[in-house]
Design a protein around this ligand. Structure first.
Ligand code: OFO
Length: 174
């Protein structure tokens, strides 16, 4: 594996791990606030990001590179509001998509087609995650200051009745 590709993959490993920690902090915050649905959703997001990190670690090592396991910055312990949490989620996912796009460019420039192929999975994953974050953020904005709305939203997330469709709409009953 070329050094430039290996370096870019290791940077992505760090970003995925950092994302996992960030969402874990959100999950814990929501749990303490009594928002069980949001908390469960964020714990799941955190697990997914850890899985994304591990998948990269394995790939780098299997292709003859060396995965570097990073230390992480301490994520925030406090968030202003549910709206703030989902705004941060979306802006974070947008940044990660940009970083995956840069990784694709590095693979093409270095003519590393197997890694390019591997990274396609991350591209479609990012599309889904951005769509999901947008759908949820739209709902949170609609709820505004309505406490009953927030209660129902949290319950729906807990029961996983909020789903993302390709048209970026919310499933009936959500
Ligand atoms: Fe790793 O999928 Fe989003 O960030």
């Amino acid at each position: 594996m070329k050094a430039r590709v290996e370096k870019a993959l290791n940077e992505q490993i760090e970003k995925e791990g950092q994302s996992s920690q960030f969402y874990l902090a959100m999950a814990s915050w929501a749990e303490v606030e009594g928002l069980n649905g949001i908390s469960q959703f964020m714990y799941k997001q955190s697990d997914e990001e850890r899985f994304h990190m591990l998948k990269l670690v394995k790939f780098v090592n299997e292709r003859g590179g060396k995965a570097i396991i990073p230390g992480f910055e301490t994520p925030p312990a406090e968030f202003e509001s549910v709206l703030n949490v989902f705004e941060l989620l979306l802006s974070h996912e947008i940044k990660i998509t940009e970083s995956i796009n840069e990784l694709v460019e590095v693979c093409l420039e270095e003519k590393d087609y197997p890694t390019h192929n591997f990274i396609q999975w991350y591209l479609s994953e990012q599309l889904e995650e951005e769509a999901s974050a947008r759908t949820i953020l739209d709902k949170v904005k609609l709820i505004g200051e309505d406490k009953a709305g927030l209660y129902l939203f949290d319950r729906d997330l807990e029961n996983a009745t909020i789903q993302v469709t390709p048209a970026n709409t919310v499933a009936p009953g959500a």
